[in-house]
Structure formats: structure tokens, C-alpha cells
Design a protein around this ligand. Structure first.
Ligand SMILES: Nc1ncnc2c1ncn2[C@@H]1O[C@H](COP(=O)(O)OP(=O)(O)O)[C@@H](O)[C@H]1O
Ligand SMILES: [Mg+2]
Length: 255
């Protein structure tokens, strides 16, 4: 579905090499996690996957087609097929628009039936359609962004720190929702987080990023259960929920 080869992104003005030789593939139906601390290049990578930015070197392909240097008019398919959910729904939802219009905007037309269907899918009441973003809680606003992302029936959902602004209980609910939607809509998921526990909950494969490089990549069970890279071990050791997670991976009972 997605193939990235030797991707480099240098922010010349600040002389930052945000991505250095990043390569990976995401197969259809996969739940691909990208984990790494703040500043490791995750959001830079997301922008390149979505062709919102151009690489300094390397390639990004979507279903076998290079997208890294296509002009905007040739990216219309990608603007439907790949949707992004961001960390901060308040920043990505227009406060002056009703939920109805926010959710149907990517469709380019009004469709009350489709809006109702999407709101139901993300667990919001149908009367949410007439309300405005500020009338909802943080978790509900993230549900609105997810509904909007699903509107054009994408094949790939990219989520960049989608639960990092939410508190623990709500976070679990949104992760469960994402899990359910990925199945229900047969999505391919690219899930970005600085939080290993969160990635563990939704992903089957994971790439660990550090200073613009992927230092380790593999099945979640393998990377979390038997990390090969020193940095992955450090990240795991710093994860607050590590004992319970590790016990489960290693076949023990939940603490
Ligand atoms: N638009 C930009 N201009 C200059 N530097 C940037 C820009 N975006 C990100 N960076 C720098 O690139 C590095 C990676 O940032 P980012 O991709 O946002 O990391 P992450 O999402 O993992 O926190 C950081 O050093 C950041 O300061
Ligand atoms: Mg980021």
C-alpha cells in the first residue's frame, strides 16, 4: 500500500536533518506503528506520506505510484484515499462550522444520511450533527475528526498522536474505537505516537524512530518482547505500563 525508500528531509534554514534514510513498507490491512520521542521526525514523515511536503531525497509510493513529486492536481486520488487524524482536534476543526458540515466537507456535498451513518460509526449521537466543536469534550471532538476522516471512504488512515491530548480513560475508548473502525472499514492504519503502550494497543508492526532514523522495526510482539536496539530497550524501560505489558507478551498473567 505504502512504500518509502531512503527518505531524507532536511530543513535547510534550521540545518535539521529531520529524516535520514528512512525505508519501510506498509501492506494493505496492516496496522503500522511509528514510535519515538518528541522531535524524532514522526510528523515530518507523516507529512511526506500524505504528500503535504516533499522529501530532500528518496521516494514515497502509494499503491505502486510515486507521489513524492506529483503536482497537487495529480494528488486528488491521494487526498481521498489517505486521511489524517491529528493530535489536536480543536486545531483541525473549524469552530464556526457545524459538525454536519465538518464531516461532509470532504465529500464536497451535503449528505445527511452519510453524516448520520458516520456519526453512528464513531459513537456520537445523531443530533451531534447540528452542534459546533466547542460543545463537545476532547474525546468527542476526536470522534468528530475521525468521522470526517472516514467520510471519503479512504483506504489508509494516518493518525498522528491521536490520543496524546486525552486523559487515560478517554484515550482507551478512542483506541478501542480506532481498532474497531480499522476492521469495520478494512483500513490500513499508520499510527504515530511517542507512547509505546498506546502503539502496542493498536498496531501489529512497529518502527522505532530516533533522530530521524528507524533504529528497529518488526512485529510488535517481537520488538516489545525482545528488543534488539539499545534505544528500544531504553524506551521500553521508561514506559510506565511496561510490567503489565511485558508480562502479557511473555505469556504471564496481567498484573
Ligand atoms: N517546518 C519545520 N521547519 C524546521 N524544522 C522543523 C519543521 N518541522 C519539524 N522540524 C524539526 O524537525 C525535527 C523533527 O520534528 P517532527 O517531525 O515534528 O518530530 P516528532 O513529530 O517526532 O515530534 C525536529 O528537530 C523539529 O524541530
Ligand atoms: Mg509530531
Amino acid at each position: 500500500m505504502i512504500s518509502v525508500q531512503n527518505l531524507e528531509r532536511r530543513y535547510a534554514r534550521r540545518r535539521v536533518d529531520a529524516l535520514r534514510g528512512v525505508s519501510f513498507e506498509v501492506e494493505a490491512g496492516q496496522r503500522f506503528g511509528i514510535v519515538g520521542e518528541s522531535g524524532s521526525g514522526k510528523s515530518t514523515l507523516v507529512r511526506l506520506l500524505a504528500a503535504l511536503d516533499r522529501p530532500t531525497a528518496g521516494t514515497v509510493s502509494f499503491r505502486g505510484q510515486r507521489i513524492d513529486h506529483l503536482p497537487e492536481r495529480k494528488l486528488r486520488f491521494l487526498r481521498r484515499e489517505l486521511q489524517i487524524v491529528f493530535q489536536d482536534p480543536m486545531g483541525s476543526l473549524d469552530p464556526r462550522m457545524r459538525v454536519r458540515d465538518i464531516v461532509s466537507e470532504p465529500l464536497g456535498r451535503r449528505s445527511p444520511a452519510r453524516v448520520a451513518e458516520l456519526l453512528t460509526a464513531v459513537g456520537l449521537p445523531e443530533d451531534a450533527a447540528m452542534r459546533y466543536p466547542h460543545q463537545f469534550s476532547g474525546g468527542q471532538r476526536q470522534r468528530i475528526s475521525i468521522a470526517r476522516a472516514l467520510a471519503p471512504n479512504p483506504s489508509v488512515l494516518v493518525a498522528d498522536e491521536p490520543v496524546s491530548a486525552l486523559d487515560v480513560t478517554v484515550r482507551a475508548q478512542i483506541l478501542d474505537l480506532l481498532n474497531r473502525l480499522v476492521d469495520e472499514f478494512s483500513l490500513t492504519l499508520v499510527f504515530v505516537s511517542h507512547d509505546l503502550g498506546v502503539v502496542r494497543r493498536v498496531c501489529d508492526r512497529v518502527a522505532v524512530m530516533r533522530r530521524g532514523e528507524i533504529v528497529e522495526m518488526g512485529d510488535v510482539e517481537q520488538v516489545y518482547g525482545a528488543p534488539q536496539h539499545e534505544y528500544t530497550r531504553e524506551l521500553l524501560a521508561a514506559a510506565p505500563n511496561l510490567p503489565a505489558e511485558l508480562a502479557r507478551l511473555q505469556g504471564g498473567t496481567d498484573a
